[in-house]
Design a protein around this ligand. Sequence first.
Ligand SMILES: [Zn+2]
Length: 339
Amino acid sequence: MPEIIGEYIDRLCTVEMRPQGMPRGKIHRLYDAARRRQAGRPLTLLAAERLRGAVKAGDAVIFATGAGGPPWMPAGETDGPVGVAALARALVLGLGARPVFVTESQSLEALAATVAAAGLSVVSPEIAAARTGAAVVLEYSKDDREAQAQASKLLEQFRPAALVASEKLAPNAKGEIHSVRGVNVTREHAKIQHLFQLATQRGIPSIGIADGGNEVGCGLIYEDTRTIMEYGARCQCPCGDGMATTLTTDVLVVASVSNYGAYGVSAMLGFLLGDPDLVHDPDTHYRMLEANVREGASDGMYGRPIMKEDGISVEVGQGLVRALREMVAIGLRTVNRPF
Ligand SMILES: [Zn+2]
């Protein structure tokens, strides 16, 4: 039964809506590649199963996000923060997790505001350890050496049961980080690869949620991304190696918008745990996106602080979470139809 719900949650979260001039007709191909490489099972189901299996009450879970920086996105992107905040809320309510968020300096305040709007208190690590329903939001370094040291420090300090990345840009084989259009944005982004690589070495499970092939986790579909995406194998910067990342996670979820993938994993977790409320409601969705935008986060398609996720209006996002909540509620119900 989870396979049936998972199939349709995946479908709902992979309906592509992109304007001309942006990569179109790509999501179903990236999705198919990710699914082929993960035993053919629904991707949101794989992620939800892994999280349910790994996270016990009181465990820390590290959530990484961050795409975009100056000049076009001075406080980062709306795709990313809203998704990780929503999924963290699901892990808090469903599994009793203690979320720790990491992002680059420019996105810190916008992410913290979004997490608070999701209904989680943003507090210091000391206070977070002493209560539930709270989260920690930390800056992750853009400096390679600092980022390396920070990786082991974070894993020691919080001993996370799992790592989740959504819409977190990651480097190619030459260590360069690119936008989906192959523009080099290495300088503006956290060197998060050190955290995920160290976690993998230590056997800590990791989930990547992505929509372009240049985000944490897409190393699993590295060759596919290089073939499918226009700038996958050739970028617009002197490195010449393309935007496809080599950074892998244990599970990769591909969605039409990374946020949508995170809502899908929340829904799947809600089904596994018998609670449709693990998907946030449409009003909360509005408040989260509004809080993110008010702190300056930009829509990734237009590079302006507007109420959209990757160019898709807040109303569609609200409709999606409403549909996911109902899909889970209906899927949990038994009907004996006598006619
Ligand atoms: Zn390059």
